[in-house]
Design a protein. Sequence first.
Lengths: 305, 264
Amino acid sequence: MNTTSDVVARLSGAVKRYGQLTALDGVDLVLHRGELLAVLGPNGAGKSTSISLLLGLIRPDGGRVELFGRDPQQIEARRRIGVMLQTAMLPLTLRVGELLRLVASYYPNPRPLQESAALAGVTDLLQRPYGKLSGGQQRRVQFALALCGRPELVFLDEPTVGMDIDARQKLWAAMRSLVAEGCSVVLTTHYLEEAEALAQRVVVMGKGRVLSEGTVDALRAQVPLTRIRCVSDIDASTVANWPQVASAERDGARLRISTHAAENVLRRLLAADETLSELEVQRAGLADVFTELTRDEPALEQEAA
Amino acid sequence: MNAVTITNTAAAAAGSMGFRRVLGAYLAEARSECLRYMRNPGFMLPITLFPTMFYLLFGIVMNHAAGPDVARYLLVSYGVFGVMSPGLFGFGISLALERDGGLLTYKRALPMPPGAYLLGKMLMAMLAAAAVILLLLAMSVGMAHLAITLRQASLLLLLGVLGVVPFCALGMLVGTLIKGQGAPGVLNLIYLPMSFLSGLWIPMNLLPKALQQMAPVWPSFHLHELGLVALGVQQGNIAGHVLALLGYTVVFLVIAARRLRRYG
């Protein structure tokens, strides 16, 4: 399974600097055939830089970038990918069908127009000028453009921004059918539930490095599973010293606790403060994992130093 | 059918593409580029209206008593004025906006064949230039009753279509230097003074001596001179002017291409 021919894209020790700023500081990233990889991270984490390297838009200052074993700036490599960028202003006066025909013309063996349109759910928009579409419809058209060339690898940068829930669900279904066809997908997103719902593997980036990599479940297992919030005047540092409490901190009147054993901590908490109110208990999602990972970052750096 | 699909898939696996499909991609790009601007009145109206209105006003209405040479001279002047703008604005503004809006980045990420984007824009500028020249020719024959041979008209049209290229290169250079909304202002600061200084509004011999001597600096001056030869208003050596225009094109292109490659 892990033979080299299985790898469709790879960053090895990729470094990218913009003047003083190190955008990527030795990133290793491997993408296998037929997998959906979600890349998460706060703004400035290096997600876009990594994608730009893989697309051949920028050159690395160190390390290697491979797309199907080639330099991404070779057109032969890019003929096997599809792209949906976050900020592409497409020509407003062109009709959707015309845009699809144009982008499909770049590829050796594109999908038939109707098939691309059906996959992305834009069949009813083919005759409409792109500029007259809503934001969500425009995103769907951009998705259609990403898959119209029958690519083996699709880059989707924040694909569901500006979509309503229904449209988002449809796009998720389309992504799943792409993956079922054997297409690999690289997805960057701010919606962690999106990564949770779709990704086989998740990479969390922060300050130009890969902080964590693994399945969603493995990632979730790394951090406290439950969060407790309540209004209470118990001292946060006291709670922090209780067994099974990972962390406790005060946020105004509120106390915030992360724990592996919510039931035990709750019992003790309720006993300790009879006036406790506005209790909330929430299982940690990927969002908490993400916060946890990116917050630990300075600590990691200190360890490294 | 099956056999075809299999060979296509095999070709796709290597990422290679047949000559006919590559050619098709160039054509599709050019077609899209033309369509999107022809449909954009904000682009087409100023490009066709300004030269035709000026020609109507200053070339026909105010000069109806002038001799045929003056009429031809004015046709060439406003023709050159009209040819400059699709090159400068078609290339400059769209490139500046598309660099800003991310379209250029998107196209660079796609497997678009090299240069198709710029070739498409150039073709669009050539078509727009042809449209302007045809409009002016129709006005000059229909309204000013200018005696002009078919050969002269064709030469002027050809000159317009090819003469737009140096201005495309200049527009492209500006488009690579300026991003976004600042481009139209800068382009007008080039377009209007250059038109004036190369004698497109006021005949060259009425301009101050110093400006007359400076005129060969402007590419539009050379195109104007070529146009005057084409319509038989004056005789002269055309090789120098052609070379000057070629030289400008190459210089602008080289600088622009270097900037485009480095900054995207």
